[in-house]
Design a protein around this ligand. Structure first.
Ligand code: ADP
Ligand code: MG
Ligand code: MG
Length: 763
């Protein structure tokens, strides 16, 4: 078994050669100009870790072969680099030895590269990116080429498409008469690769050719390191390029259209983070404000926060749940934790391919680089620009899409998406089984939901409609009514107001289905606090309605049992509105624990022909799912309250007091209010669904808690047989994507099983 691979070995195995090594072999095969090299495999690394020995004889032979190929001897015209090459991308995390001229040094360095697998920043990077610690690295020995040799030399980084927007065409930077590290460190400001087009047309044509060959082979956008030595182009490295979310979407859609990948593949390539980051926020009216400085627009999106000058301070701020922008002259791999803790990054040095730019783009957070007019004083923890001083803790707004920096917190707005995203989501519709609806309770929210492609409104709450002043007065009048007449008058007014709301909502829906949830809040939520009023009658009523545990108290359907007039008023208002505007309306009853409650509300509907369903958010309802299914038209799991019930702790207190500690100590893996707890809440749901479907196979089951828009939860809900998820309008693109991904994966799995089954029966 060989453990040293020369380019003549046809091996392309990443697990043996690492990414960089395997891709160098591929480029050799593609006949691209790669400086001669050989690779010492990961097996050799593992042996070295075990015994401390290197395969000396094989290395010696490979070095001799390298000398023969280059026609030069080590130390006499030939120098080599010793580079790391791991199966997972860990850019800049391990050591590289350049310009090595003696065989003995080659060995020490090989050892240094192997040892650098365990250096602290590599360890930290693996932890953050969940890269297994036992993966190991290969080492590449490669003939040096010199980008600083003469005027016709230089070094550059090229992306085969724009990593920030996804636009087709070469994107990158070049430094003439320079070595690679001069570019990466951001010490000198490079020139854009586009300037080659006129200055060095031959070279530009060559680079374009290389880009096409690489994309055709890898079927992905590539990030290529190259060096030019006396007018000759050498490719030193290629890998799939890190990209912003916006670029990820555009590249996937474009490549599917170019026939490089399938539509399914395009959908699988885009991650939820890509879509989330890509729905960038931007400054509402930037023209109204004067920037205090301008730098390079390195990673899209706008954000506003207090500045800190130390990555550790960013980490501490994050622990305190504070948002900060990290300001540094430049960043390096040791700063990873600080960058990941910050909401944005601002640097005074470095270009669009500098460390800060690449890392933030991949993380989807705004970044401005190379802001040379910003003079940073790390000791004093402040920066100066255009005569202004910005100190630690001062709030600024940065716009990574334009490169502008502003003082203070400017109003931001969410972005609207692009045509490529819209196209990708249309494709996604064809692969998903889950219906994706929105939680929305105002006309504006419904309009937004439609814009994001909602296929219905899965949860329309009716509490907020009482919040406007004249409505609050009306509901208070009802709560405080002393006589029947007063009560009826108050109810008539409420019914009129609710009807108006529903008419407007139904108009906006234009036939899209909606589930309206009847009132869920305890009545005292509509009254002021005792301290806020001097009216003795009001004080008395507040005291009467006061509860020890309001969230476990007199709310939801319980209210309808003690005061049926409220639900009756809402049902009448819905029916009257529907008589005016055609609408596909269902009503949903919150906090149900027993079939009798459902029957109670059903009695109010009588012959109004409205569908009625249960909001499944108590444990008892889940345990009685079979019975409830007999009389319900649908179920919708309210996973927020259901999670609270299963865990027996409230979200507010948990998040404020102990959940962070639980997560940090690893006692809980995820916040169950953000990621559905599959093992507990999920199992309860599965049980309830199976009992319910035994009773009524056609029962429609939805989920409308916050977790319904979270990708991992969606994957589970798909496999649990849920029909629809309903989430905030902003999450719809992510939910649709995740729903399509799980659909595609299920299809592929089924095909694979069929293939295997055929193999078994055939064989
Ligand atoms: P990393 O994985 O950290 O990117 P590399 O192995 O790519 O490390 O090496 C870092 C840099 O060293 C390269 O970007 C390039 O500038 C320089 N380098 C490596 N090998 C050579 C070579 N054979 N000739 C010239 N420069 C090289
Ligand atoms: Mg590199
Ligand atoms: Mg609830």
């Amino acid at each position: 078994m060989s453990i040293v691979y020369q380019f003549t070995n046809a091996c392309e195995d990443k697990n043996l050669l690492g990414n960089k090594g395997a891709n160098l072999v591929v480029m050799n095969k593609l006949r691209l100009p790669v400086p001669p090299e050989f690779v010492i495999s990961i097996d050799a690394y593992k042996e070295y870790k075990r015994s401390g020995n290197l395969p000396l004889e094989e290395i010696k032979q490979a070095l001799e072969a390298l000398e023969q190929r280059t026609g030069k001897r080590l130390g006499q015209g030939l120098a080599v680099s010793v580079r790391s090459s791991a199966p997972a991308s860990m850019p800049g995390m391990m050591d590289t030895m350049l310009d090595v001229k003696e065989a003995a040094d080659v060995l020490t360095s090989i050892k240094r590269v192997f040892d650098s697998w365990d250096n602290p920043r590599a360890v930290e990077y693996r932890r953050l990116n969940r890269i297994p610690v036992d993966l190991g690295t290969a080492a590449i020995i490669q003939a040096m080429v010199f980008g600083d040799l003469d005027e016709k030399s230089g070094t550059g980084v090229m992306f085969t498409r724009n990593p920030s927007t996804g636009e087709r065409g070469l994107f990158g930077e070049y430094l003439s008469k320079a070595k690679g590290e001069d570019l990466v460190s951001g010490r000198r400001t490079p020139q854009p690769i586009s300037s080659f087009q006129s200055e060095m047309p031959d070279l530009y044509a060559q680079l374009k050719e290389v880009a096409i060959i690489l994309e055709n082979h890898f079927h992905d956008m590539q990030d290529v390191e190259f060096t030019i030595e006396s007018d000759r182009l050498y490719i030193l490295q290629t890998r799939s390029g890190k990209r912003s979310g916006q670029a990820a979407v555009k590249i996937a859609v474009d490549m599917a259209k170019e026939g490089l990948i399938s539509r399914e593949e395009a959908i699988l390539r885009v991650s939820a983070d890509d879509v989330r980051a890509f729905l960038h926020r931007r400054i509402e009216s930037p023209e109204k404000y004067k920037p205090i400085a301008r730098g390079l627009a390195a990673a899209h999106g706008a954000t506003t926060a207090a500045v800190v000058f130390d990555p550790l301070e960013a980490v501490e701020a994050k622990r305190r749940n504070e948002r900060v922008i990290l300001v540094r002259p430049e960043t390096n791999p040791d700063d990873i934790q600080g960058i990941s803790a910050a909401v944005g990054v601002l640097t005074s040095r470095g270009g669009l391919t500098s460390h800060a730019a690449i890392v933030t783009r991949a993380m989807g957070k705004p970044c401005i680089c190379g802001t040379e007019e910003v003079k940073i004083d790390l000791e004093a923890k402040q920066f100066e620009t255009r005569g202004q001083t910005v100190k630690k803790g001062d709030v600024i707004t940065i716009d990574g899409s334009t490169g502008s920096i502003y003082l203070g917190a400017l109003p931001l707005v969410e972005s609207e998406g692009t045509s490529e995203l819209a196209e990708l989501l249309t494709w996604a519709d064809g692969f998903k089984r889950l219906t994706v609806k929105a939680n929305a309770d105002t006309v504006e929210a419904i309009a937004l939901a439609k814009k994001f492609g909602a296929e219905g409104i899965g949860l329309c709450r009716t509490e907020r409609q009482f919040n406007a002043p004249e409505r609050l007065a009306a509901i208070r009048a009802f709560i405080l009514a002393e006589t029947e007449t007063q009560k009826e008058k108050a109810l008539a007014l409420l019914r009129e107001l609710q009807k108006e709301d529903f008419v407007a909502i139904f108009r906006e829906l234009q036939g899209m289905p909606i589930i309206i949830r009847l009132l869920d809040l305890p009545l005292h939520e509509f009254l002021p606090s005792e301290a806020e009023t001097s009216d003795p009658d009001l004080k008395k009523r507040i005291a009467e309605l006061c509860e020890t545990n309001p969230m476990l108290g007199h709310r939801g359907v319980r209210l309808a049992v003690t005061s049926p007039e409220i639900y009756q008023m809402q049902i009448d208002a819905i029916a009257e509105a529907r008589a005016e505007v055609e609408a596909n309306v269902s009503i949903m009853v919150p906090q149900v624990i027993t079939l009798q409650e459902l029957m109670w509300v059903k009695g109010m509907i009588k012959d109004k022909g409205l569908k009625i369903g249960v909001m499944m958010e108590t444990v008892r309802a889940c345990m009685r799912a079979g019975w409830l299914a007999k009389e319900a038209d649908f179920f919708s799991f309210g996973t927020n309250d259901l999670t609270q019930a299963v865990y027996s702790f409230s979200r507010e207190d948990a998040e404020k007091k102990f959940l962070t500690t639980y997560l940090e100590a690893g006692i809980l893996k995820d916040n169950p209010f953000l990621v559905l707890d599959i093992k507990g809440v999920g199992r309860l749901m599965e049980t309830a669904i199976s009992w319910a479907r035994k009773e009524k196979a056609s029962l429609e089951v939805g989920v409308c808690g916050e977790q319904a828009g979270e990708p991992r939860s969606i994957m589970f809900l798909h496999s649990a047989g849920v029909d629809s998820v309903s989430c905030s309008p902003f999450r719809i693109p992510i939910a649709k994507l995740a729903a399509a991904q799980v659909g595609i994966m299920e299809k592929r799995l089924a095909a694979e099983e069929k293939r295997l089954a055929a193999l078994v029966t055939g064989g």
